[in-house]
Write a protein that binds this ligand. Sequence first.
Ligand SMILES: NC(=O)c1ccc[n+]([C@@H]2O[C@H](COP(=O)([O-])OP(=O)(O)OC[C@H]3O[C@@H](n4cnc5c(N)ncnc54)[C@H](OP(=O)(O)O)[C@@H]3O)[C@@H](O)[C@H]2O)c1
Length: 240
Amino acid sequence: MTTDSAPARVVLVTGGNRGIGRAIAERFVREGYAVAVTARSGEGPEGTLTVRADVTDAAAVDAAFTEVEDKLGPIDVLVANAGITKDTLLLRMSEDDFDSVVSTNLGGTFRVVKRASKNMLRRKYGRVILISSVVGLYGSAGQINYAASKSALVGFARSLTRELGARNITANVVAPGFIETDMTAALPEETQAEYKRSIPAGRFAAADEVAGVVTWLASDDAAYISGAVIPVDGGLGMGH
Ligand SMILES: NC(=O)c1ccc[n+]([C@@H]2O[C@H](COP(=O)([O-])OP(=O)(O)OC[C@H]3O[C@@H](n4cnc5c(N)ncnc54)[C@H](OP(=O)(O)O)[C@@H]3O)[C@@H](O)[C@H]2O)c1
């Protein structure tokens, strides 16, 4: 990715201190990008700049972006990865269960993409990658808040593609299936076994298998792909 003549592209990954976001940040470091991560707690992997931000707080997002821009330069590649679940059946779902998930997963994406897009527009270059979920398109009992927040990212990326596509800015969605992280480790063992039986690949994926698709979407090879949803789910959604 880096050449002698061109400086390394700058990437920001939200929620890069653990799980899928951390694996994505590690992969970008290996590929020679200048990598920053946002974290509420902990640190990003070795070789990254960690900045503090809660994606539900627009002022904190703005300050984090300014710090990255000051230290690494304008952001070329944005990976909106930070996300949460608050699972329960609809009749038991509180206003807060719904609002907090939507405000983090969808609102957080809005805040970081809006902030990143200013410089991308000015510089006529950008790669925006939104981390959705198989659940956004497949549905999942007990996850109405989460599924709604994740399917919304598809309309988000497609509208962004229509708004900014002519400025050499792409926006794509990656929809992971079940990935080995804290989020899936929290599921009861019987539920994990049941999910594995329904996945054609018969297993959960390593976070790095998602990371490889994300770095590819940021590469020049994917310059003509925009508004797409790329499943990384072992066949669970059959491409939806
Ligand atoms: N694991 C899966 O099987 C799976 C499948 C499909 C999609 N996904 C999606 O992939 C993404 C990463 O999931 P994961 O499994 O890696 O989850 P994880 O291990 O639970 O990590 C979530 C990350 O998001 C950050 N985060 C949460 N709320 C935040 C907020 N308000 N502001 C800033 N950062 C916040 C967390 O930061 P803290 O450490 O500070 O809390 C953490 O870095 C999520 O969007 C998730 O929905 C996961």
